[in-house]
Design a protein around this ligand. Sequence first.
Ligand SMILES: Nc1ncnc2c1ncn2[C@@H]1O[C@H](COP(=O)(O)OP(=O)(O)OP(=O)(O)O)[C@@H](O)[C@H]1O
Ligand SMILES: [Mg+2]
Length: 501
Amino acid sequence: MKVCEVLLKMENISKSFDKIKVLKEVNFELRRGEIHALVGGNGAGKSTLMKILTGVYKKDSGNIFINGTKIEINEPKDAKANGIAMVFQEFSLVPTLTIAQNIFLNQEQKNRLGLIDDKKCLKKAQTLLNSLHIDVHPEETIDKYSVAYWQLVEIAKALSYNSKILIMDEPTSSLSENETEILFDFMKHLKEKGISIIYISHRMEEILKIADRVTILRNGENVLTQNSSSLTLEQIIEHIVGRELEHAFEWQKRDIERKEPVLKVKNLYSKRHNLNNISFELYPGEILGVAGLMGSGRTEIVESLFGIKSYDSGEIRINNKKVNIKSPQEAMNAGLALVPENRRTKGLILDHSVKDNILLPILKKLKEKLFINDKKGRDITEKLIKTLSIKTEGINQKVKFLSGGNQQKVVIGKWTAHQPEIFLMDEPTIGVDIGAKTEIIELIRSLANENKSIVIISSELQELLAISDRIIVLKNGMVARAINREDIFSEEELQHAVQKG
Ligand SMILES: Nc1ncnc2c1ncn2[C@@H]1O[C@H](COP(=O)(O)OP(=O)(O)OP(=O)(O)O)[C@@H](O)[C@H]1O
Ligand SMILES: [Mg+2]
């Protein structure tokens, strides 16, 4: 058999949803043992192209070749049969199943009598996880682990089919820096074994670091395909956005009057959630960045403040009044809003429209006049869609049909409409493209300029440095450092503080 250098070729692929063309004669090529980055703004068509390759969606026209032979992919099993596997942007794991069961879901291991053999399944899972250096217990249910581990297990699952082509849709969005390194090393190892990887990410530095070639899509069309070594970060961004970006990532000094804190957290302690006497203050109009490694207590703090997680002792004061928040509803009444980390499970009702999702927190307010003020609701939604450049067919489009990044913008929009005094944002720009990221940063700044106060957690230090007035660094559930932004001179310095505390 002839071995082609080009393993996969997608030719003139077109796809429409309800007469809207989201892919226009797109070409894509993957070489053997290549890591090929597929990039583009939110809604550019990346996930759709990959869903066509994996048989989730059917193309309207175009051809797909493997090793020079034309193939038909009509359903997921055709993709599997051709050695194509995908790690989805949204998780496909079942929380209540064990890790081993999740990995071998739909390909359960049978014993000689044809019965499902849990022991065999466990053993195979352990071997697979060992070979990937993933440190989890396959006999435990996946819901015991954090999102990062879900991602690793998801990859293990995709690889369990002996795949030749691995598609990764934003695999690092929930991974810490260290875990990302582990993933990259692992990808290099796969590459040496001749496996080809299609890599979708909004993190540009990653692309230059890991990819051999880059294909850029914009509005469902090819912009370019090129060796990544011949591209600069600025060039990639310019091609994605279609224009040069303003300097949104440059820090702007803002004057904060630090007299009376709007939020005061004192000795917050939770044995169960690993919070070790956390204390900090947040002032009106201040943007407080929260840095720290995964497991340092970042998400636990905001979830405790928002009444999702309980704490054993400590004090929370809002406008100098002691509060005892036990539920998200109480938190909202106290003037808080949370933009959660995991938008798919915590932020949105996927079957509902953009409008219903955005208006959810303020329904009560709109209903006050005994009827739902529909015109007002529509106006609020339309305005937010515009400010955040949410790519949707309209306010009545179901959220599940929006691209990942646009879903995230809906989550943020939802809480802006509620007009709280204090925003808690947990990784608000995960999965958001570079253009929209600058828009979200601008939005956060304008909220702060309206004297709203913001706590923002981010793993992207560049983003924290661009936006924060002050940064607290967490380590082992404690505030290891609190630094004024003007006293930090480089990203390395902050990186050092995060690693060492
Ligand atoms: N099932 C669907 N029905 C209707 N429209 C859809 C459907 N799936 C995707 N779309 C639309 O197709 C366009 C491309 O979406 P896609 O998910 O491919 O974007 P993407 O490049 O992956 O973006 P992101 O970076 O935000 O994940 C978007 O405008 C999206 O709203
Ligand atoms: Mg996508």
